[in-house]
Design a protein. Structure first.
Length: 349
């Protein structure tokens, strides 16, 4: 195995959380911090205005694994427009921390376009050290159910006028479309305020804007199981050019609403065939994530598998240790009520 391959998986993963002012980004991040206690975190916050909630809400949370010094606020403009001036120095500052951080959460401003930010992870000075684990778009369920993409368009316009760094003067609907176009997961917030008909209307509005299959996760008060959003391993910067946006030519739900279980498999002979079965299973059975390790017959290396919806990544991560029991175990995460028997049958086929 080459040294370059090893270094790829030494990169610090970053999760980009995008969405409009007031959609619930900070609430989601606060929830993730609390539930990821033990994983050493750093946070970059780029938010503006009285309606938004800045890094002060995240500071002082009392969680040892995310000290105040690891929360960096960028107050010099929209991160997608000032990425060279603000983002790279912030990454440098975080990566200089000791002990080394395990994961970085980036909260963009309400009007930020995720794609330019993710593209910055392709820069040589950045690419060797960090990777985009996934892009999470937070969308306002109540606003969408009422036919809008944001709760307060006037506040968004005020934010635009306040931030002189923004160099994209786009309709709010286009910014929304660009945010969801880059997403690997959509978190639909405020669902505790919606009845079933309104929830269906909100989901339908999001789906109408999605250019590809992306899971929509209902959430109340930012309560989403971190295992669904963190550790996706997608290296989004390598795929970002395939996520088409308007600027390409320029440029009461909580974790109890998910079922999770472990499936043991026999050793496999064909990793590609297994990946195809995982993809088909996720699509057919409404599975959000499948992750784990697999024994490939006659191979000295352990196969790691990461699936987000029907998209599957797999690679040999290390050699089986002497005396270690070689086994294939996959963790399956899906919405409440997924059919375990059907999933086991499809994965074992």
């Amino acid at each position: 195995m080459s040294a370059n391959f090893d270094r790829k998986f030494d990169k610090v993963p970053c999760t980009v959380v995008t969405g409009f002012l007031g959609a619930g980004k900070t609430t989601l991040i606060r929830n993730l911090i609390e539930k990821l206690d033990g994983k050493r975190l750093a946070i970059i916050v780029n938010e503006f205005g009285d309606v938004g909630i800045d890094g002060e809400v995240l500071k002082g949370c009392g969680i040892e694994s995310c000290p105040d010094d690891n929360i960096i606020e960028l107050a010099n403009g929209c991160i997608c427009c000032t990425v060279a001036d603000d983002f790279v120095p912030a990454i440098d500052q975080i990566l200089a921390r000791e002990p080394r951080v395990d994961h970085i959460l980036i909260e963009t401003s309400g009007l930020a376009l995720p794609k330019p930010l993710v593209q910055a992870f392709q820069w040589p000075a950045v690419k060797a050290r960090v990777t985009v684990d996934g892009v999470i778009a937070v969308v306002d369920g109540v606003a969408l159910a009422e036919g809008r993409v944001a709760d307060d368009h006037d506040a968004l316009e005020a934010q635009r006028q306040t931030d002189s760094s923004i160099d994209h003067d786009d309709p709010v609907e286009e910014v929304f479309e660009d945010q969801v176009a880059c997403a690997d997961m959509i978190v639909l917030t405020k669902t505790d305020l919606l009845d079933q008909a309104s929830l269906a209307a909100a989901k339908g509005r999001v789906q109408a804007h999605l250019p590809r299959a992306v899971k929509i996760l209902p959430a109340a008060n930012g309560a989403v199981d971190p295992s669904v959003l963190i550790g996706l391993g997608l290296a989004v910067e390598d795929d970002i050019e395939n996520r088409k946006t308007h600027h390409d030519d320029e440029l009461d739900h909580d974790h109890d609403d998910f079922d999770s279980f472990v499936i043991d498999l026999a050793a496999v002979t064909d990793p590609e065939a297994l990946a195809a079965r995982i993809s088909a299973t996720a699509e057919a059975e409404n599975v959000l994530r499948i992750k784990g390790f697999v024994d490939v017959a006659n191979k000295p290396m352990r196969l790691q598998v990461q699936a987000v919806g029907s998209r599957v990544n797999h690679y040999f991560d290390r050699a089986w240790a002497p005396g270690e029991t070689r086994q294939s175990r996959l963790v399956v995460i899906g919405e409440k009520g997924i059919d375990r028997a059907a999933i086991e049958k499809m994965l074992a086929a």
